[in-house]
Ligand binder design. Structure first.
Ligand code: AMP
Length: 224
């Protein structure tokens, strides 16, 4: 399975991708996670990216295209992947198509999560992430007696530095300007399905699984 999970920040891409990874044992490739790891390690990539992440701006295309090429071409993605957070611009999407062609990879689909703008900002500013397992939680999922502890692995929960109100709004603006136009890019290719991301996590997950199942069915039928 080779899919892209698409949508504004806070639409649940990471949450859905992590659930799909657990279910299908396919790597979750999140460019945001890769960049945050690089920043934490203070690697050359991290040093380059930090200012952009802090400001809620996009890391330049050449840096991101180099990063994704390295990851997709590595053994990690050879049996499939769930791409989350890439592509975010038209040049990134075009570069990804070229890379797939070069490597003989066929993208199975792009699943887009649609969430209202006010809800995006509310979710981003309310959510907490786990330092150990990387899971993301909304306030209703936190433990009543210890809201700073990960309900899943017991790790420490934290608020991402780019999940403040001002940066969340900036990230939504960047999405609307630079990333949303990708919907038409993928619609034209016939690989695009948009679903309602305002529903609860498990309902969305079941719909994604059903879409992926149907596309597999279509392929089987098409090949006889
Ligand atoms: P995310 O975790 O996907 O919300 O990404 C967090 C931040 O990482 C973004 O606000 C950008 O600064 C940066 N980033 C992640 N993916 C990309 C990308 N494909 N292109 C440019 N910047 C990115």
């Amino acid at each position: 399975m080779r899919i892209i999970i698409f949508g504004p920040p806070g639409s649940g891409k990471g949450t859905q991708a992590k659930l799909l990874t657990e279910r299908f044992h396919i790597p979750h490739i999140s460019t945001g996670d890769l960049l945050r790891e690089a920043v934490a390690k203070k690697s050359p990539l991290g040093m380059k990216a930090k200012g952009y992440l802090d400001a809620g701006a996009l890391v330049p295309d050449d840096v991101m295209i180099g990063l994704i090429r390295e990851v997709v071409a590595s053994g990690k993605a050879k049996d499939g992947f769930i791409l989350d957070g890439f592509p975010r611009t038209i040049p990134q999407a075009e570069a990804l198509d070229r890379l797939f062609e070069e490597l003989g990879i066929r993208l199975d689909g792009v699943i887009s999560l649609r969430v209202e703008h006010d809800e995006v900002v509310r979710r981003l500013t309310d959510r907490r992430s786990c330092r150990s397992c990387g899971r993301i939680f909304n306030p209703s999922q936190l433990l009543k007696d210890d809201p700073a502890k990960c309900p899943r692995c017991g790790g420490e929960l934290y608020q991402r530095s780019d999940d403040t109100l001002e940066t969340a709004r900036r990230r939504l603006d960047v999405y609307l300007r630079d990333t949303k136009p990708l919907k038409d890019f993928y619609r034209r290719s016939g690989r695009f399905t948009q679903i309602d991301g305002m529903r609860d996590i498990s309902t969305i997950q079941e719909e994604i699984i059903s879409i992926l199942g149907k596309s597999k069915l279509k392929k089987t039928t098409a090949t006889g």
